[in-house]
Design a protein around this ligand. Structure first.
Ligand code: NZQ
Ligand code: ZN
Length: 385
């Protein structure tokens, strides 16, 4: 196991009815900006519950944060916070709203051009406003991590940043708030969490059996619960466990002391930025092709995955790896998430512009061995057709 430092200051307040506890979690004198997305949080009553819990506090709103939050929209929120001298942010929504709130928190007092936050991957952030979240979509893990992904619409640039100053102070996870999710978003969430685990687990053996078994437990739980969340949407226990799995998939714990990949995510970001596919749709397309392309470098872990996650013990090594990749693709498809570029009406002409974007963004040495160069990414994308 590699050396590591683990730090996660986010308080999780989990369970039905716990939004009321915002009264305890948000400072009494806070001047609050509630940030939200489209209309879902208002329509399903989450926003009303949040407002009631905040009581007499000074509260303003910023709505309209879109999926794959844009720099352009978020900068309007930054202006509002500055103009109205607000000092506490509260994200109510999915990963996009929470990620957007992280950017706003860091940008309000950032010295220099706030786009620099993305260009430097968050390394130059020296302060951030305090914020919390009320999660309505289990998927990204943003509610308990210090990462965020923002898109600049003008240039179709989707970049991540990370900084310990943008961990949420707290996140309220009320599983009943996920009952209203459309099937597409439920499935997206399962796929996103699944691929987060894969990015931290499907690398090479690192003598970290606890992280491995934790990752395998999360994967098998997703395989069990994903279909149930779709077939029995008001099942509290299913929703609750799914929500906790998605949080644990990317709160840092399973990634400590082990190599990490993230090539699938970086290639996927370019597909979203150029063609507007949902984040999870891009992952469902890229992961099977990425595993196939890099099967030799990942051999040890792919065999372990085949056996422990999918119970595949018959056949030789190549057959077991093949079967594990097929099972992975079939699982995504069974949830209704398509796994080929052609399923989204994208053809071979999209490959070269995507490779160009990877080059522009410096994504030229990806993966746990830093050997996923542009030629490798091109082969992966061609295999995604
Ligand atoms: O905008 P509203 O009306 O709220 O509707 C949203 C949105 O259309 C809807 N929704 C959310 N909760 C709902 C609901 N509809 C009904 N009932 C509810 N309870 O769902 C749609 C998608 O929301 P979004 O927040 O975009 O989805 P998700 O949570 O999947 O977030 C995706 C974003 O997170 C980034 C992705 O790149 C993408 O931009 N990621 C962030 C990560 C992180 N911070 O660690 C890691 C991930 O890899 C990911 O990259
Ligand atoms: Zn993701």
């Amino acid at each position: 196991m590699q050396n590591f430092e683990f730090y996660n200051p986010t308080r999780i307040v989990f369970g039905e009815g716990r939004i009321a506890e915002l009264n305890r979690l948000v400072p009494e004198q806070a001047r609050v900006l509630i940030l939200f997305g489209g209309e879902s949080a208002r329509r399903n009553g989450t926003l009303a519950e949040v407002e009631a819990a905040l009581g007499e506090r000074h509260v303003k709103h910023f709505g309209g944060i879109e999926p794959n939050p844009s720099y352009e929209t978020l900068m309007r929120a930054v202006e509002q916070v500055r103009a109205e001298e607000l000092d506490f942010l509260l994200a109510v929504g999915g990963g996009s709203v929470i990620d957007g709130t992280k950017f706003v928190a860091a940008a309000v007092n950032y010295s220099g051009d706030p786009w620099g936050i993305l260009e430097t991957g968050g390394r130059k952030i020296t302060q951030a406003l305090p914020f919390g979240s009320v999660l309505t979509l289990p998927a990204t893990g943003s509610e308990m991590n210090d990462g965020s992904v923002v898109t600049r619409k003008a240039t179709k640039t989707k970049l991540p940043f990370k900084n310990a100053l943008v961990f949420p102070q707290f996140s309220v996870l009320d599983p009943t708030k996920t009952y209203t999710l459309p099937p597409r978003q439920v499935a997206n969430g399962v796929v996103d969490a699944f691929v987060h685990i894969a990015e931290q687990y499907l690398t090479y053996p690192a003598n970290a059996p606890v992280q491995d078994r934790f990752a395998e437990g999360l994967l098998t739980t997703l395989i069990e619960l994903g279909p149930l969340a779709l077939s029995d949407p008001k099942n509290y226990d299913v929703r609750a466990n799914l929500m906790w799995v998605a949080t644990l998939a990317l709160n840092g714990l399973i990634g400590v002391g082990v190599p990490q990949d993230w090539a699938t995510h970086m290639v996927g970001h370019e597909i979203t930025a150029l063609h507007g596919l949902d984040h999870a749709q891009t992952l469902a397309i890229v992961l099977p092709a990425m595993l196939q392309e890099r099967r030799d470098a990942k051999r040890g872990k792919l065999l372990q995955y085949a056996e422990r996650v999918w119970g595949l013990t018959n056949g030789d090594e190549e057959q077991r790896i093949d079967a594990a990749i097929v099972r992975t693709r079939d699982f995504f498809e069974s949830l209704g998430v398509k796994t080929r570029l052609s399923d989204y009406n994208l053809g071979s002409d999209v490959v070269e512009p995507l490779v160009e974007q990877l080059k522009t963004h410096g994504m030229v040495k990806l993966g746990e061995h830093r050997d996923v160069d542009l030629a490798t990414s091109r082969r992966v994308l061609e295999a995604c057709l």
